[in-house]
Design a protein around this ligand. Structure first.
Ligand SMILES: [Zn+2]
Length: 517
């Protein structure tokens, strides 16, 4: 019945590539239920001050979970496995407790001489030698790691990047700094990747740094699991670094780099003791799951995700996270409603669909990490994850063209997934520009690794990450619903809809045929 209806409704068109393709009029009809009005209504609720910035484990997040579950319910989606919309998970809340550090018997003062962010693994380190590694940069033009083996070593690096004596960055070749200066996480990730045991970062102005990082330093962090010991990172003042380096001094080493325009390394002997203790509270959070069972291929599952948690409140400031990721959350609600409606009307998907809004993303992708370790549906039957994180705003590059979206990951594990996504756009959401800039493995932002889809990638499941790029209000209290471009959101949500529709209804499951980074 369904098949005949669809066959009759097929319209045949030729694409510019001379590929014969058929548009699905049923899909087109349902896509029209994804609307600016629906997206806007839900986002005006979830990104309002009442929801207190939806911080994981807090009241606002619990209220948001209830709201999302209520939307699933009113769309006619039953609780999954007949009992609940929630997948609850336990969390360790790590309260901010400064590390203790002494150098050559002298005790230094936390949050004055040095600082480290809460949530580092509990450990006591007794160090007697450090490796100075310049700026800790690994770039084509300039590589501090090239000549030195750093595995299991205690490494000291400088914040920022090297400049020549006439103030030109050695990395960019211009006065402008690179991401190595503005995005400190690249350096710590690089050090981790190289197997560094402990990382000491010498900051230029510790007073300014402490001020800039005040909120993060005073916030608790969260972890699912405390068993794994991770590389500690400590930011230290120049004075403290000079106590460790002795005669070589930070100033002299910096000058040497600026003169030679080449990496400079050095070794130093010092007795350093670092003691990190954790003060822990047990809390819990929840992912919210809307499961729409498929028909003849119901054992297979398409997952669609977005994180509904955000940064919470800080004093009187509420971080409403309208774009991050209120936008993805309401897109998931809208998609769930449309698929539930199609099912009610006898035109539901052949494969099952899981609409999952996850928590704990801002704390380190925790909700999605918990899900893939405790999947409610077998991962081997999970076909793909389409993850939406920030689709309501424009980045600087696209200020004149709102009709774009960055796609990340689509071709990494499955060329079929990529092709389906491309043709969904060619056939249905034509005016959208699909921008693959951040899909480049050399891109320093590493967005592929930075949202919930990556936990699915780790399990070998193909993904697409839909993203509008960052903007001036990213992670600021100014990420407000008034600034959202709902027309753009509607288009992107429809693209996700058409892509999912094809994956859910085609005869063959998409295959994993590559393993790109
Ligand atoms: Zn986000």
């Amino acid at each position: 019945m369904k098949t005949t209806l669809r066959l009759c409704a097929f319209a045949v068109i030729f694409l510019s590539s001379h590929l014969l393709a058929q548009t699905d009029t049923v899909a087109i009809r349902y896509s029209k239920n994804i609307t600016v009005a629906g997206l806007s209504k839900n986002l005006h609720v979830l990104a309002s001050d009442e929801y207190e910035g939806r911080e994981t484990g807090k009241k606002g997040q619990k209220m948001a979970a209830e709201y999302i579950a209520a939307q699933f319910k009113s769309a006619g989606i039953p609780p999954y496995k007949d009992n609940t919309f929630y997948q609850e998970f336990p969390l360790n809340l790590i309260l901010p407790t400064p590390a203790e550090i002494s150098v050559n018997g002298k005790q230094y003062k936390a949050n004055t001489d040095y600082y480290s962010f809460p949530g580092q693994s509990e450990q006591k380190l007794e160090i007697n030698e450090i490796q100075f590694l310049g700026y800790g940069i690994d770039d084509e033009t300039y590589n501090d790691y090239k000549e030195i083996e750093v595995k299991d070593k205690v490494v000291m690096i400088l914040a920022g990047e090297p400049f020549s004596n006439d103030s030109v960055s050695i990395i960019t070749g211009k006065k402008k700094v690179s991401l190595w200066s503005t995005y400190s996480r690249i350096k710590t990730e690089k050090a981790k990747e190289k197997g560094v045991k402990t990382l000491l970062v010498v900051v230029d102005n510790i007073v300014e740094d402490l001020e800039d990082n005040k909120h993060r330093l005073e916030s608790s962090s969260m972890k699912l699991d405390l068993k794994k010991t991770e590389m500690p990172v400590v930011y230290i003042s120049k004075q403290m670094a000079n106590e460790i380096l002795k005669k070589q001094t930070v100033e002299k080493l910096k000058a040497k780099i600026s003169e030679s325009l080449k990496p400079v390394t050095a070794k130093a002997k010092a007795d350093i003791i670092i003691s990190i203790k954790n003060n822990i509270e047990k809390i819990s959070s929840e992912n919210v799951l809307g499961y729409v069972e498929g028909s003849d291929l119901k054992e297979e599952l398409i997952v669609l995700t977005a994180h509904y948690d955000h940064l919470g409140i800080e004093g009187k400031i509420v971080y409403n996270g309208a774009d991050d990721d209120g936008s993805g959350t309401v897109a998931i609600i809208e998609l769930a409603q449309v698929y539930a409606k199609a099912k009610k009307e006898g035109l539901g998907p052949r494969r099952s669909m899981l609409f999952m809004t996850v928590a704990g993303e801002e704390k380190g992708l925790l909700g999605s990490s918990y899900y893939v370790e405790h999947p409610e549906f077998p991962l081997k039957n999970t076909v793909c994850d389409l993850n939406i994180d920030m689709i309501g705003r424009l980045d600087e590059k696209h200020l004149n063209n709102p009709n774009y979206v960055y796609l990340i990951g689509s071709d990494k594990l499955s060329s079929q997934l990529h092709n389906i996504s491309e043709s969904a756009n060619k056939m249905y959401t034509k005016e959208l520009e699909l921008d693959y800039t951040y899909n480049d493995e050399k891109d320093k932002n590493r967005f592929y690794y930075r949202s919930d889809h990556y936990n699915f990638v780790k399990k070998g499941i193909p993904v697409i990450f839909y993203f509008n790029g960052v903007h001036a209000d990213y992670h600021k209290e100014t990420d407000e619903v008034e600034k959202i471009n709902f027309e753009k959101m509607e288009k992107i949500t429809r693209l996700v809809f058409f892509t999912a529709w094809e994956i859910a209804n085609r005869n063959e499951r998409i295959v994993v045929d590559s393993n790109k980074k």
